[in-house]
Design a protein around this ligand. Sequence first.
Ligand SMILES: [Fe+2]
Length: 459
Amino acid sequence: MVAAKPFSPSPTDDGSLYESLWTQDLGREHGFEPLVVEGTLPANLRGTLYRNGPGQFGQYGTRYKHPFEGDGAAIAVRIEGGTATGAARIHETAGLKEERAAGKVLYNFSASWPRRVSNMWRGRVKNTANTNIISWQGRVFALVESSRPTEIDPRDLSTIGETDLGAIGRSFSAHPHRVESRKAVYNFGVEYGRVTKICMYELPDVGAARKLGEVALPGPPMLHDFIATDTHLVFFVSPTRIDVPRMMLQIGGFAEMFTWKPELGTEVICVPIDRPTEVVRFTTDAFYQWHFANAFSRGNELVVDYVRYPNFDSFYDIGALANGGRGDSALESGQLHRATIDLTAKTIRSEQIAERSCEFPTVASGFEGREHSIAYVAFDNLGAIGSIDTKGTIRSHALPAGVRGTEPVWAEGYLLSLCHLKDRAYVGVYDPARIPDGPVAKIWIDHHVPITFHGSFAR
Ligand SMILES: [Fe+2]
Protein backbone atom coordinates (compact mmCIF):
# COMPACT_ATOMS: atom_id res chain seq x y z
CA MET A 1 0.00 0.00 0.00
CA VAL A 2 1.42 3.36 -1.01
CA ALA A 3 1.01 6.02 1.65
CA ALA A 4 -1.66 8.55 0.81
CA LYS A 5 -0.05 11.89 -0.03
CA PRO A 6 -2.67 14.10 -1.61
CA PHE A 7 -1.76 16.84 -4.00
CA SER A 8 -3.67 20.10 -4.06
CA PRO A 9 -4.34 21.53 -7.47
CA SER A 10 -2.46 24.76 -7.86
CA PRO A 11 -4.69 27.72 -8.70
CA THR A 12 -4.13 27.27 -12.41
CA ASP A 13 -5.37 29.76 -14.91
CA ASP A 14 -8.00 27.79 -16.78
CA GLY A 15 -6.80 29.02 -20.17
CA SER A 16 -3.28 27.70 -19.65
CA LEU A 17 -4.66 24.41 -18.30
CA TYR A 18 -6.70 24.07 -21.46
CA GLU A 19 -3.73 24.89 -23.65
CA SER A 20 -1.57 22.31 -21.87
CA LEU A 21 -4.21 19.61 -22.28
CA TRP A 22 -4.40 20.14 -26.04
CA THR A 23 -0.80 21.02 -26.89
CA GLN A 24 1.68 19.65 -24.30
CA ASP A 25 3.11 16.16 -24.83
CA LEU A 26 2.78 13.31 -22.31
CA GLY A 27 5.06 14.15 -19.37
CA ARG A 28 6.69 10.76 -18.97
CA GLU A 29 6.46 7.23 -20.42
CA HIS A 30 6.64 4.30 -18.03
CA GLY A 31 5.46 0.78 -17.33
CA PHE A 32 3.30 -0.11 -14.32
CA GLU A 33 4.51 1.58 -11.13
CA PRO A 34 2.85 2.21 -7.76
CA LEU A 35 0.50 5.20 -7.64
CA VAL A 36 -0.47 7.34 -4.68
CA VAL A 37 -4.04 6.79 -3.48
CA GLU A 38 -5.88 9.58 -1.67
CA GLY A 39 -8.92 8.34 0.24
CA THR A 40 -9.89 4.69 0.28
CA LEU A 41 -10.34 2.56 -2.81
CA PRO A 42 -13.36 0.24 -2.62
CA ALA A 43 -12.11 -3.21 -1.62
CA ASN A 44 -14.26 -4.87 -4.29
CA LEU A 45 -12.99 -2.70 -7.15
CA ARG A 46 -10.59 -4.70 -9.26
CA GLY A 47 -9.50 -4.18 -12.86
CA THR A 48 -7.80 -1.77 -15.23
CA LEU A 49 -8.95 1.61 -16.49
CA TYR A 50 -7.53 2.27 -19.95
CA ARG A 51 -7.59 5.80 -21.39
CA ASN A 52 -6.37 6.97 -24.78
CA GLY A 53 -5.71 10.31 -26.44
CA PRO A 54 -3.06 12.29 -28.28
CA GLY A 55 0.25 11.99 -26.40
CA GLN A 56 2.51 13.92 -28.75
CA PHE A 57 1.47 17.04 -30.70
CA GLY A 58 4.53 17.38 -32.91
CA GLN A 59 8.14 16.29 -33.22
CA TYR A 60 11.49 17.39 -34.63
CA GLY A 61 10.47 21.03 -34.41
CA THR A 62 7.23 20.57 -36.36
CA ARG A 63 3.86 21.05 -34.65
CA TYR A 64 0.96 19.02 -35.98
CA LYS A 65 -1.84 21.20 -37.33
CA HIS A 66 -4.72 19.77 -35.27
CA PRO A 67 -4.83 17.85 -31.96
CA PHE A 68 -6.60 15.03 -33.80
CA GLU A 69 -3.32 14.43 -35.68
CA GLY A 70 -1.43 13.75 -32.41
CA ASP A 71 0.38 10.45 -31.89
CA GLY A 72 -1.74 8.34 -29.58
CA ALA A 73 -0.81 7.49 -26.00
CA ALA A 74 -2.46 5.21 -23.47
CA ILE A 75 -2.76 5.60 -19.72
CA ALA A 76 -3.59 2.49 -17.71
CA VAL A 77 -4.49 2.45 -14.02
CA ARG A 78 -4.74 -1.01 -12.48
CA ILE A 79 -6.68 -1.34 -9.21
CA GLU A 80 -6.52 -4.35 -6.92
CA GLY A 81 -6.76 -4.93 -3.18
CA GLY A 82 -7.15 -1.24 -2.40
CA THR A 83 -3.95 -0.25 -4.21
CA ALA A 84 -3.19 1.01 -7.70
CA THR A 85 -0.41 0.94 -10.26
CA GLY A 86 -0.22 2.92 -13.48
CA ALA A 87 1.49 2.99 -16.85
CA ALA A 88 1.71 5.57 -19.64
CA ARG A 89 3.11 5.14 -23.11
CA ILE A 90 3.00 6.69 -26.59
CA HIS A 91 2.03 4.09 -29.19
CA GLU A 92 5.06 3.23 -31.27
CA THR A 93 3.14 2.70 -34.49
CA ALA A 94 4.80 1.82 -37.81
CA GLY A 95 4.40 5.44 -38.99
CA LEU A 96 5.92 6.89 -35.82
CA LYS A 97 8.83 4.44 -35.97
CA GLU A 98 9.47 5.47 -39.55
CA GLU A 99 9.46 9.14 -38.56
CA ARG A 100 11.79 8.50 -35.63
CA ALA A 101 14.21 6.68 -37.95
CA ALA A 102 14.08 9.56 -40.44
CA GLY A 103 14.28 12.24 -37.75
CA LYS A 104 11.41 14.23 -39.26
CA VAL A 105 7.63 14.33 -39.77
CA LEU A 106 6.64 12.20 -42.78
CA TYR A 107 2.86 12.05 -42.47
CA ASN A 108 -0.31 14.09 -42.25
CA PHE A 109 -0.74 17.77 -42.95
CA SER A 110 2.60 18.71 -41.39
CA ALA A 111 4.73 16.63 -43.79
CA SER A 112 6.57 18.22 -46.68
CA TRP A 113 4.58 18.71 -49.88
CA PRO A 114 6.57 16.11 -51.94
CA ARG A 115 6.14 13.61 -49.15
CA ARG A 116 2.38 14.21 -49.03
CA VAL A 117 2.11 13.58 -52.77
CA SER A 118 4.20 10.43 -52.38
CA ASN A 119 1.99 9.27 -49.47
CA MET A 120 -1.07 9.71 -51.66
CA TRP A 121 0.29 7.73 -54.59
CA ARG A 122 1.49 4.93 -52.36
CA GLY A 123 -1.65 4.91 -50.19
CA ARG A 124 0.36 5.53 -47.00
CA VAL A 125 -1.51 6.77 -43.94
CA LYS A 126 -0.15 7.09 -40.42
CA ASN A 127 -2.21 5.09 -37.95
CA THR A 128 -2.06 7.40 -34.92
CA ALA A 129 -4.20 5.11 -32.69
CA ASN A 130 -5.17 8.18 -30.65
CA THR A 131 -8.89 8.05 -29.79
CA ASN A 132 -10.06 5.05 -27.77
CA ILE A 133 -8.75 1.85 -26.23
CA ILE A 134 -10.72 -1.34 -25.68
CA SER A 135 -10.24 -4.84 -24.41
CA TRP A 136 -11.63 -7.75 -26.43
CA GLN A 137 -11.08 -11.44 -25.66
CA GLY A 138 -8.24 -10.50 -23.29
CA ARG A 139 -6.42 -8.43 -25.92
CA VAL A 140 -6.12 -4.63 -25.87
CA PHE A 141 -6.52 -2.39 -28.91
CA ALA A 142 -5.97 1.35 -29.42
CA LEU A 143 -8.32 2.82 -32.00
CA VAL A 144 -8.54 5.75 -34.39
CA GLU A 145 -11.34 5.96 -36.92
CA SER A 146 -9.15 6.32 -40.01
CA SER A 147 -7.21 3.08 -39.53
CA ARG A 148 -7.29 -0.50 -38.30
CA PRO A 149 -6.88 -1.35 -34.59
CA THR A 150 -3.41 -1.19 -33.04
CA GLU A 151 -2.78 -4.01 -30.57
CA ILE A 152 -1.20 -3.00 -27.27
CA ASP A 153 0.51 -5.32 -24.77
CA PRO A 154 -1.49 -5.01 -21.51
CA ARG A 155 1.61 -5.95 -19.47
CA ASP A 156 3.47 -2.70 -20.17
CA LEU A 157 1.46 -0.81 -22.87
CA SER A 158 4.13 -1.49 -25.48
CA THR A 159 2.89 -1.51 -29.07
CA ILE A 160 2.42 -4.89 -30.74
CA GLY A 161 1.16 -3.47 -34.04
CA GLU A 162 -1.73 -2.96 -36.41
CA THR A 163 -4.18 -5.83 -36.92
CA ASP A 164 -7.24 -6.52 -39.09
CA LEU A 165 -8.54 -9.13 -36.60
CA GLY A 166 -9.06 -11.35 -39.64
CA ALA A 167 -12.11 -9.36 -40.79
CA ILE A 168 -11.60 -5.60 -40.76
CA GLY A 169 -11.16 -3.60 -43.96
CA ARG A 170 -9.28 -0.32 -44.18
CA SER A 171 -10.70 1.32 -41.05
CA PHE A 172 -12.41 0.65 -37.73
CA SER A 173 -14.12 3.49 -35.86
CA ALA A 174 -13.00 4.48 -32.37
CA HIS A 175 -16.52 3.78 -31.05
CA PRO A 176 -17.31 0.10 -30.77
CA HIS A 177 -20.52 -0.53 -28.82
CA ARG A 178 -21.38 -3.62 -26.86
CA VAL A 179 -24.84 -5.19 -26.95
CA GLU A 180 -25.09 -7.16 -23.76
CA SER A 181 -27.94 -9.42 -24.89
CA ARG A 182 -26.01 -10.47 -27.99
CA LYS A 183 -22.74 -11.02 -26.09
CA ALA A 184 -20.94 -9.10 -28.80
CA VAL A 185 -19.38 -5.77 -29.65
CA TYR A 186 -20.36 -3.97 -32.85
CA ASN A 187 -18.46 -1.39 -34.83
CA PHE A 188 -18.08 0.13 -38.28
CA GLY A 189 -15.48 1.66 -40.55
CA VAL A 190 -16.02 4.27 -43.25
CA GLU A 191 -14.19 3.46 -46.47
CA TYR A 192 -13.76 6.36 -48.89
CA GLY A 193 -13.52 5.73 -52.62
CA ARG A 194 -15.53 6.13 -55.81
CA VAL A 195 -18.45 5.11 -53.60
CA THR A 196 -18.10 5.81 -49.88
CA LYS A 197 -19.44 3.01 -47.72
CA ILE A 198 -19.99 2.06 -44.09
CA CYS A 199 -18.61 -1.42 -43.33
CA MET A 200 -20.10 -3.06 -40.22
CA TYR A 201 -18.42 -5.60 -37.94
CA GLU A 202 -19.28 -7.95 -35.09
CA LEU A 203 -16.75 -8.94 -32.41
CA PRO A 204 -18.35 -11.72 -30.34
CA ASP A 205 -17.27 -12.56 -26.79
CA VAL A 206 -16.35 -16.00 -28.11
CA GLY A 207 -15.23 -16.76 -31.66
CA ALA A 208 -13.88 -14.82 -34.59
CA ALA A 209 -14.62 -11.24 -35.66
CA ARG A 210 -16.77 -11.00 -38.78
CA LYS A 211 -18.00 -8.43 -41.27
CA LEU A 212 -21.79 -8.01 -41.13
CA GLY A 213 -22.22 -6.08 -44.36
CA GLU A 214 -21.93 -2.63 -45.83
CA VAL A 215 -24.07 0.40 -46.69
CA ALA A 216 -23.25 2.81 -49.54
CA LEU A 217 -23.44 6.54 -48.79
CA PRO A 218 -24.31 9.39 -51.13
CA GLY A 219 -21.19 11.36 -50.16
CA PRO A 220 -18.04 11.18 -48.01
CA PRO A 221 -19.02 12.24 -44.46
CA MET A 222 -17.14 12.45 -41.19
CA LEU A 223 -18.83 9.75 -39.13
CA HIS A 224 -17.44 9.46 -35.62
CA ASP A 225 -19.83 7.26 -33.65
CA PHE A 226 -22.97 5.14 -34.00
CA ILE A 227 -25.13 3.14 -31.61
CA ALA A 228 -26.53 -0.37 -31.36
CA THR A 229 -29.70 -1.90 -29.93
CA ASP A 230 -30.31 -5.63 -29.58
CA THR A 231 -31.85 -5.56 -33.08
CA HIS A 232 -30.32 -2.66 -35.02
CA LEU A 233 -27.20 -0.64 -35.72
CA VAL A 234 -28.14 3.06 -35.99
CA PHE A 235 -26.17 5.75 -37.84
CA PHE A 236 -26.89 9.50 -37.86
CA VAL A 237 -24.91 10.67 -40.88
CA SER A 238 -24.60 14.42 -40.44
CA PRO A 239 -23.90 16.65 -43.45
CA THR A 240 -20.17 17.04 -42.90
CA ARG A 241 -18.52 16.37 -46.21
CA ILE A 242 -14.87 15.49 -46.65
CA ASP A 243 -13.04 17.05 -49.57
CA VAL A 244 -11.52 13.80 -50.81
CA PRO A 245 -8.89 15.34 -53.17
CA ARG A 246 -7.81 17.61 -50.29
CA MET A 247 -7.66 14.59 -47.97
CA MET A 248 -5.65 12.54 -50.48
CA LEU A 249 -3.17 15.33 -51.18
CA GLN A 250 -3.36 16.70 -47.62
CA ILE A 251 -3.63 20.26 -48.85
CA GLY A 252 -4.00 23.03 -46.30
CA GLY A 253 -4.86 21.97 -42.75
CA PHE A 254 -6.77 19.12 -41.19
CA ALA A 255 -9.74 21.33 -40.33
CA GLU A 256 -10.07 22.58 -43.91
CA MET A 257 -10.79 19.06 -45.09
CA PHE A 258 -14.40 19.26 -43.84
CA THR A 259 -17.38 21.29 -45.02
CA TRP A 260 -20.70 21.64 -43.20
CA LYS A 261 -23.58 21.39 -45.71
CA PRO A 262 -26.82 21.76 -43.70
CA GLU A 263 -28.92 21.80 -46.88
CA LEU A 264 -28.20 18.06 -47.25
CA GLY A 265 -29.78 17.22 -43.89
CA THR A 266 -28.79 14.37 -41.56
CA GLU A 267 -29.42 10.86 -42.89
CA VAL A 268 -30.80 8.31 -40.41
CA ILE A 269 -29.69 4.76 -41.29
CA CYS A 270 -31.01 1.75 -39.35
CA VAL A 271 -29.49 -1.65 -40.14
CA PRO A 272 -31.12 -4.85 -38.77
CA ILE A 273 -28.24 -6.88 -37.30
CA ASP A 274 -29.71 -10.19 -38.44
CA ARG A 275 -30.78 -8.92 -41.91
CA PRO A 276 -28.16 -6.27 -42.70
CA THR A 277 -29.32 -5.77 -46.30
CA GLU A 278 -32.82 -4.65 -45.18
CA VAL A 279 -31.75 -1.11 -44.37
CA VAL A 280 -34.24 1.60 -43.36
CA ARG A 281 -32.95 5.07 -44.26
CA PHE A 282 -34.35 8.58 -44.53
CA THR A 283 -33.22 12.19 -44.19
CA THR A 284 -34.18 14.74 -41.53
CA ASP A 285 -33.12 18.30 -40.68
CA ALA A 286 -29.38 18.79 -40.22
CA PHE A 287 -27.76 18.32 -36.82
CA TYR A 288 -24.44 17.00 -35.62
CA GLN A 289 -23.39 14.60 -32.89
CA TRP A 290 -20.06 13.31 -31.72
CA HIS A 291 -21.34 10.70 -29.28
CA PHE A 292 -24.18 8.41 -28.36
CA ALA A 293 -25.10 7.30 -24.84
CA ASN A 294 -27.18 4.23 -25.59
CA ALA A 295 -30.14 2.95 -27.61
CA PHE A 296 -32.82 0.30 -27.34
CA SER A 297 -35.61 -1.24 -29.38
CA ARG A 298 -39.25 -0.67 -28.37
CA GLY A 299 -41.72 -2.43 -30.67
CA ASN A 300 -41.33 -0.88 -34.08
CA GLU A 301 -39.35 2.03 -32.65
CA LEU A 302 -35.71 2.61 -31.85
CA VAL A 303 -34.97 4.96 -28.95
CA VAL A 304 -31.58 6.70 -29.14
CA ASP A 305 -29.94 8.93 -26.50
CA TYR A 306 -27.14 11.14 -27.85
CA VAL A 307 -25.49 14.55 -27.43
CA ARG A 308 -26.85 16.83 -30.13
CA TYR A 309 -25.25 19.95 -31.64
CA PRO A 310 -26.93 22.38 -34.03
CA ASN A 311 -23.91 22.33 -36.37
CA PHE A 312 -20.24 21.35 -36.76
CA ASP A 313 -18.69 24.39 -35.03
CA SER A 314 -17.40 22.31 -32.09
CA PHE A 315 -14.91 20.65 -34.45
CA TYR A 316 -13.36 23.99 -35.39
CA ASP A 317 -13.25 25.07 -31.76
CA ILE A 318 -11.21 21.99 -30.86
CA GLY A 319 -8.75 23.02 -33.58
CA ALA A 320 -8.62 26.52 -32.11
CA LEU A 321 -7.48 25.08 -28.79
CA ALA A 322 -4.23 23.95 -30.38
CA ASN A 323 -3.58 27.48 -31.58
CA GLY A 324 -3.97 29.23 -28.27
CA GLY A 325 -7.72 29.89 -28.57
CA ARG A 326 -10.16 28.95 -25.85
CA GLY A 327 -12.44 27.05 -28.19
CA ASP A 328 -15.11 26.88 -25.51
CA SER A 329 -18.26 28.26 -27.05
CA ALA A 330 -19.41 25.58 -29.47
CA LEU A 331 -18.14 22.81 -27.19
CA GLU A 332 -20.71 24.01 -24.69
CA SER A 333 -23.62 23.71 -27.12
CA GLY A 334 -24.07 19.92 -26.94
CA GLN A 335 -27.15 18.69 -25.06
CA LEU A 336 -28.44 15.24 -24.25
CA HIS A 337 -31.36 14.35 -26.51
CA ARG A 338 -33.65 11.36 -26.86
CA ALA A 339 -34.58 10.48 -30.45
CA THR A 340 -37.44 8.13 -31.24
CA ILE A 341 -37.26 6.53 -34.68
CA ASP A 342 -40.39 5.00 -36.22
CA LEU A 343 -39.07 2.31 -38.55
CA THR A 344 -42.33 2.00 -40.51
CA ALA A 345 -43.16 5.68 -40.93
CA LYS A 346 -39.47 6.52 -41.42
CA THR A 347 -39.65 9.44 -39.03
CA ILE A 348 -37.50 10.69 -36.17
CA ARG A 349 -38.57 12.83 -33.24
CA SER A 350 -35.84 14.26 -31.03
CA GLU A 351 -36.41 15.86 -27.64
CA GLN A 352 -33.94 17.54 -25.35
CA ILE A 353 -33.60 15.65 -22.07
CA ALA A 354 -31.68 18.34 -20.19
CA GLU A 355 -30.56 21.87 -21.00
CA ARG A 356 -27.15 21.76 -19.32
CA SER A 357 -24.31 21.18 -21.79
CA CYS A 358 -22.62 17.81 -21.61
CA GLU A 359 -20.42 15.39 -23.53
CA PHE A 360 -18.93 11.89 -23.40
CA PRO A 361 -22.12 10.07 -22.33
CA THR A 362 -21.96 6.51 -21.02
CA VAL A 363 -24.28 4.04 -19.31
CA ALA A 364 -23.74 1.34 -16.71
CA SER A 365 -22.41 -2.03 -17.84
CA GLY A 366 -25.20 -4.43 -18.65
CA PHE A 367 -27.49 -1.72 -20.04
CA GLU A 368 -25.79 -1.38 -23.43
CA GLY A 369 -28.42 -1.97 -26.13
CA ARG A 370 -31.34 -2.15 -23.67
CA GLU A 371 -33.44 0.43 -21.82
CA HIS A 372 -31.47 2.46 -19.29
CA SER A 373 -32.62 5.12 -16.83
CA ILE A 374 -29.40 7.08 -16.25
CA ALA A 375 -26.64 8.41 -18.50
CA TYR A 376 -23.30 9.48 -17.02
CA VAL A 377 -21.60 12.50 -18.59
CA ALA A 378 -19.01 15.24 -18.27
CA PHE A 379 -20.81 18.60 -17.91
CA ASP A 380 -19.87 22.18 -18.70
CA ASN A 381 -17.01 21.59 -21.12
CA LEU A 382 -15.35 19.01 -18.81
CA GLY A 383 -15.84 21.15 -15.68
CA ALA A 384 -18.07 18.67 -13.80
CA ILE A 385 -18.89 14.95 -13.65
CA GLY A 386 -22.42 13.73 -13.22
CA SER A 387 -25.54 11.95 -14.32
CA ILE A 388 -28.78 12.74 -16.12
CA ASP A 389 -31.80 10.49 -15.72
CA THR A 390 -34.40 10.12 -18.44
CA LYS A 391 -36.63 12.70 -16.74
CA GLY A 392 -33.81 15.25 -16.98
CA THR A 393 -32.81 15.17 -13.30
CA ILE A 394 -29.15 16.10 -12.93
CA ARG A 395 -26.70 15.11 -10.23
CA SER A 396 -23.21 16.51 -10.57
CA HIS A 397 -19.91 17.24 -8.90
CA ALA A 398 -18.16 20.43 -9.95
CA LEU A 399 -14.42 19.89 -10.27
CA PRO A 400 -12.09 22.30 -8.47
CA ALA A 401 -10.53 25.21 -10.36
CA GLY A 402 -7.59 24.00 -12.40
CA VAL A 403 -9.06 20.54 -13.02
CA ARG A 404 -10.86 19.18 -16.09
CA GLY A 405 -12.60 15.82 -16.11
CA THR A 406 -13.27 13.28 -18.82
CA GLU A 407 -15.83 10.66 -19.81
CA PRO A 408 -17.06 8.73 -16.73
CA VAL A 409 -16.34 5.04 -17.25
CA TRP A 410 -18.43 2.40 -15.46
CA ALA A 411 -16.29 0.04 -13.38
CA GLU A 412 -17.79 -2.70 -11.21
CA GLY A 413 -20.48 -0.43 -9.75
CA TYR A 414 -18.30 2.70 -9.58
CA LEU A 415 -17.56 5.53 -12.00
CA LEU A 416 -13.98 6.36 -12.95
CA SER A 417 -13.10 9.73 -14.49
CA LEU A 418 -9.54 10.62 -15.40
CA CYS A 419 -9.19 14.24 -14.30
CA HIS A 420 -6.45 16.40 -15.74
CA LEU A 421 -4.46 19.13 -14.01
CA LYS A 422 -1.76 21.12 -15.74
CA ASP A 423 1.16 19.03 -14.50
CA ARG A 424 -0.48 15.83 -13.24
CA ALA A 425 -3.73 13.88 -13.32
CA TYR A 426 -5.87 11.71 -11.11
CA VAL A 427 -8.53 9.05 -11.52
CA GLY A 428 -11.58 10.14 -9.55
CA VAL A 429 -13.44 7.12 -8.16
CA TYR A 430 -17.11 8.06 -7.75
CA ASP A 431 -19.97 6.23 -6.07
CA PRO A 432 -22.72 6.65 -8.71
CA ALA A 433 -25.35 7.02 -5.96
CA ARG A 434 -23.42 9.89 -4.33
CA ILE A 435 -21.83 11.81 -7.19
CA PRO A 436 -22.35 15.31 -5.67
CA ASP A 437 -20.24 14.24 -2.64
CA GLY A 438 -17.20 14.03 -4.93
CA PRO A 439 -14.88 11.10 -5.45
CA VAL A 440 -14.44 8.53 -2.68
CA ALA A 441 -10.83 8.15 -3.76
CA LYS A 442 -8.31 9.72 -6.10
CA ILE A 443 -5.47 7.82 -7.74
CA TRP A 444 -2.68 10.24 -8.62
CA ILE A 445 -0.45 10.22 -11.69
CA ASP A 446 2.62 12.37 -11.03
CA HIS A 447 3.13 13.79 -14.53
CA HIS A 448 1.32 15.72 -17.22
CA VAL A 449 -1.30 13.74 -19.15
CA PRO A 450 -2.70 15.45 -22.25
CA ILE A 451 -6.43 15.23 -22.94
CA THR A 452 -7.76 11.70 -23.22
CA PHE A 453 -10.85 11.19 -25.36
CA HIS A 454 -12.12 7.73 -24.49
CA GLY A 455 -11.38 4.57 -22.61
CA SER A 456 -12.74 1.47 -21.01
CA PHE A 457 -12.51 -0.70 -17.90
CA ALA A 458 -11.43 -4.33 -18.08
CA ARG A 459 -11.29 -7.00 -15.41
FE1 LIG B 1 -15.36 10.08 -29.64
